[in-house]
Design a protein. Structure first.
Length: 158
């Protein structure tokens, strides 16, 4: 594979699990209980939460380069029981393959290339990532849930 898929690290989110609901609200986060399987994809473990599992819903800045007009943040779920996923060299985790996705392709300056992005079925993710990383200017691809636009993970050149 010419790329690897990276989860978010658990460390920045660990303090949130000990906060009260009022403290979470003060930082713009919420405690959430998954009401059905497949509805709350954890960005740390790269797995979907099971029904009844506790999570934190929080805003996360996933493109923080202050020189890029594509700076971005959005809501993500983190399972309280999450174990940080190792980088994945392929195939893509089931959590990503089972939902419609939006891909945002970036160069070394964190500028989006090839237009506005691409919407695909998750089952086609590995093929599209191989396609994009064959392009020498591609440095990273952000993978989003297409329906809500939420960040799921990123792929980087190996």
């Amino acid at each position: 594979m010419t790329y690897r898929i990276e989860a978010l690290p658990i460390e920045p989110f660990t303090p949130l699990f000990a906060m009260s609901d009022a403290e979470l609200a003060d930082v713009g986060a919420r405690r959430w209980v998954a009401d059905q399987p497949g509805r709350a994809p954890c960005r740390v473990s790269l797995t979907d939460a099971d029904a009844g599992e506790r999570l934190i819903l929080v805003n996360h800045a996933h493109l923080t380069d202050p020189t890029s007009p594509y700076r971005a943040s959005g809501p993500i779920f983190v399972r309280e029981a999450a174990v940080e996923a190792d980088p994945v060299d392929g195939p893509a985790p089931e959590m990503l393959r089972r939902r419609p996705l939006s891909l945002r392709v970036y160069d070394r300056r964190n500028m989006m290339i090839e237009g506005e992005g691409e919407v695909i079925e998750g089952t086609g993710l590995d093929g599209r990532l191989a396609h994009w990383f064959a392009h020498p200017g591609v440095v990273q691809v952000h993978i989003h849930f297409s329906a809500r636009g939420c960040y799921l993970a990123r792929a980087v050149r190996n």
